[in-house]
Design a protein around this ligand. Sequence first.
Ligand code: MF3
Ligand code: CO
Ligand code: CO
Length: 271
Amino acid sequence: MTQIIIKNKSEIEGMRKACQLAARTLGEAAKLLRPGLSTQQIDDFVHQYTLAAGARPAPLNYHGFPKSVCTSVNEVICHGIPGPRVLQNGDIINIDVTSVLHGWHGDVSATFLVGEVSDAARALVKTTRESLMLGIRQVKPSARIGDIAAAIQEFVEARGYSVVRDFVGHGLGRQFHEPPQVPHYGRRGSGARLKTGMTFTIEPMVNEGVWQLEILKDGWTAVTADGKLSAQFEHTILVTPTGCEVLTAFEEPLVNSVSIDDEGLRIVDAT
Ligand code: MF3
Ligand code: CO
Ligand code: CO
């Protein structure tokens, strides 16, 4: 296990730019969402937008991943492969964008509500979003990775949901995935101590039912073992002397069909 890389000032500036591009790409992709859109159309957009910005989509060919973005609908936990699947009224979809700009990685995802979504789906997405925010609030120098994990797990399980174990947040920089691993379940006071200049993601995946998953025959798509819903939100974080900076914070897309409700959820009109 190698050391956690501390980024210097100019490296942080590189991270900031890559993260802002990833966030902007996600916000723009969200504006396309509507029933009838295929996940392939999201991929086409993210691919073109990324190249036009002078960047590269990190997922494409990453360990053989065939597309430029991950699109995970309903029971898909993560690593959904864009294709012919068409969004339906009532779906939830996570779009996970990772951009590489001048060699630096920015990684961000959010789950969106398509049209009229069930109260159960809405509640799951809301809890998942809040669990990320709660995790982010634990980040400061001398806190530990386990403090983030425990805060998220306690919050999620208190609401009757489960936290996915098989996938974790991760350090990133020149590499897509580097130390540390950032689990979303665990004990307070455990794990590596955070230091100013570390950059990593927090990206809780929260299931309506059991935490167990299956991988489809495509070798990528992770689905809930019980077929129930799963949601995810992700930000790339920089540890600062006073706490942290959310490098992938973005302007909420308020135009076209996407709006934000009072619970902070991003909604795409059915019409
Ligand atoms: N963006 C995902 C993450 O948050 C990783 C996707 S790997 C891919 O870590 F190959 F599926 F793109
Ligand atoms: Co990530
Ligand atoms: Co991601």
